[in-house]
Design a protein around this ligand. Structure first.
Ligand code: AMP
Ligand code: ZN
Length: 138
């Protein structure tokens, strides 16, 4: 269902025009209007899901499968040296549009894009305990 006042619902469903790379019944792939690099693309489901916690596994699976095809086409045309796949969930994580979307960010030698974080220490026993806790919820 389209969400009233959601810009990505309107773009995904063609109510607002966009630079569309690809479209099928479930998704629209567009070029980001404020790209991090040349060719920065977004995959939008046509149905409104807020984020990773909201989207169903089947749609997310189809979306990522499509991402592999789009990524290969982009690499061939853009001649990029690499690519980051980014997907933000929640304000703290940098999400600004609250309609699930996957970023495909082509990377070029010498670009100044930074997706870095500081690595922290970990304790093996704590990692295993935490892994077990999460596993029980899957
Ligand atoms: P995020 O911060 O992960 O929510 O990403 C939102 C992305 O949507 C940003 O990279 C914006 O540049 C992009 N964006 C916002 N409005 C539009 C629009 N009308 N058309 C294309 N991309 C957009
Ligand atoms: Zn939406």
């Amino acid at each position: 269902m389209a969400e009233k006042d959601c810009i990505f619902c309107k773009i995904a469903n063609g109510e607002i025009p966009s630079a569309t790379i690809y479209e099928n019944g479930d998704f629209r792939v567009i070029l980001d209007v404020s790209p991090a690099s040349k060719g920065h693309a977004l995959i939008l489901p046509k149905e409104h899901f807020k984020d990773i916690f909201d989207i169903d596994a089947d749609t997310a699976g189809k979306l990522f499968s499509l991402a592999t095809e789009v990524a290969r086409a982009m690499k061939s045309i853009l001649k990029c040296d690499g690519m980051n796949i980014v997907q933000n969930n929640g304000i703290i994580a940098g999400q600004t549009v609250f309609h699930f979307h996957l970023h495909l960010i082509p990377r070029y030698e010498g670009d100044n894009i930074s997706l870095k974080w500081e690595q922290q220490e970990s304790v093996q026993t704590e990692l295993r305990e935490l892994a077990a806790q999460i596993r029980k919820k899957i």
